[in-house]
Design a protein around this ligand. Sequence first.
Ligand code: HEM
Length: 185
Amino acid sequence: MDRPRKITLPTGIIKDGLRLSYGVMRRLPRCSPDIALQYNQWSIPKGTPVGMGAYSLHTNTEVYLEPFKFIPERWLGDFDPRMDDSWVPFTRGSRKCLGYNLPNSSLAIAEINWALAVLFRPNGPDLTLYETDESDITPVVDFHLPLPKLDSRGCRIANVVIGLAQFHPTETRDKSTLTSTGLTD
Ligand code: HEM
C-alpha cells in the first residue's frame, strides 16, 4: 500500500476515527470465478467465497495496542507498518471504495478534512455533546452497516446553532431548521 510520507495529528485523528467507525463491518465476500487461489499451503477452489472483515482487522490486539480506544497519536512517528496494512475502512482490491484512492489523494479523506476544518476552526461552533455517551456510537448491531444500540438517538450535539450562524452569516437559520435536519435535538 502507498504510505503517506509523514502522518500529522489531523491525519492520525482521521485514521483512528475510520478505524473505529466502520463503513462496513462484516466480511465482503469475493469469489475467484475461473482459477483456484493459493494462500500459503492452502488451495482455495474457484468459486469459493472468501472475504475479510474490517472489524477483526481493526481490533487485532497484535497490531493495535488497546484497539478499542481512540488514540490518534498511535499513527505518529515510526508506527508498526502492520497498522497500515490492517487498516481497511475502504476495503482493498479492485472493488474498493471509489471515493478512496491514495491516502494523500482521495475524495473521502478530502471531505473528512473539510468537515473537521469547518467544525474545529478558530472561532468555530461551540460543540457540546447532548445526552450522548459512548454507547450511542459504539457499533453493536450489524445491518450490513454497523449501528449502535437500537434505542440510540445518535450522536447529539447542542449549541451548533451558534456555530452555523457564524459559518453562514447571511443566512437565517433558526432552531427548527436544524431540528428537521437532525443536526440538533
Ligand atoms: C468515510 C467515507 C467512506 C467510507 C468509509 C467508504 C467505504 C466504502 C466501502 C467499505 C465500500 C465497499 C468496498 C468493497 O466492496 O470492497 C465502498 C464502496 C464504494 N464507495 Fe465508498 N466510502 C466512503 C466514501 C465514499 C465517497 C466520498 C464516494 C464517492 C465518490 C464513495 C463511493 C463508493 C463507490 C462507488 C463504491 C462501490 C465500488 C465498487 O463496488 O466497485 N465512497 N465504500
